[in-house]
Design a protein around this ligand. Sequence first.
Ligand SMILES: [Zn+2]
Ligand SMILES: [Zn+2]
Length: 239
Amino acid sequence: MIDFLLDLIYPPRCIFCEDIIPIEEERAICKNCKNIISFVKGKVCQKCGKLLEDDMSKDVCIDCIKNTQYYDKGLALFVYEGLVRDMIYRFKYGGHKEYAKYLGEFLSEKIRKERLEEKIDLIIPIPIHSNRRKKRGYNQCEELAKVISKKLNIPMNASVLIRKKETKPQSGLSFTQRKNNMKDAFELKNTFDIYHKNILLIDDIYTTGATINSCSKLLKKKNANEVYFLTLSIGRDFD
Ligand SMILES: [Zn+2]
Ligand SMILES: [Zn+2]
């Protein structure tokens, strides 16, 4: 009843186009956006989960052929473009923390579909630096991880992996610059919590994978078992 009244006063809006969604419809995403948003589906890189061009015979993208990827396998929900890019911007910088509720559900669904839930012992969100967290008020990846953890009943630990270096934003940096930027950026508070565990890292954007790879390398070095990642969005192999 309270929800119903709140919906009348503050009608639910689509997280992508911000238009009001009629009460009888699905929350979070309007009919129109559902048709135009690019979900990652079809042929994807078997390592990082990036969309591959349909007519290509390869199973792995160029980045994953060229570079050592320390994680075992990755998945992504949306292609990072247009409305998705704008939505993630509002989620991170526009104070729209509540998007996590809906996005976390989409991500949980993806994990179920890919049958990943039985493999995972622990969920770890990619951390942001404490200064950035103070400024923003929350870590968007942690908000997503909280929802997934609750939905799938898998433990989450948001304090074992920390960002000790205040890194520059990765956008606009070359591949080598990104890698250097991430060098020694992360630290593990203790190694017992991750020992021999299968870990799922949660992030918002995957481009070259420098962040995910840096964390995966550290986790593997400290005896985590398998490392997977799930990210809200990812680029295409052929962009
Ligand atoms: Zn919409
Ligand atoms: Zn790949």
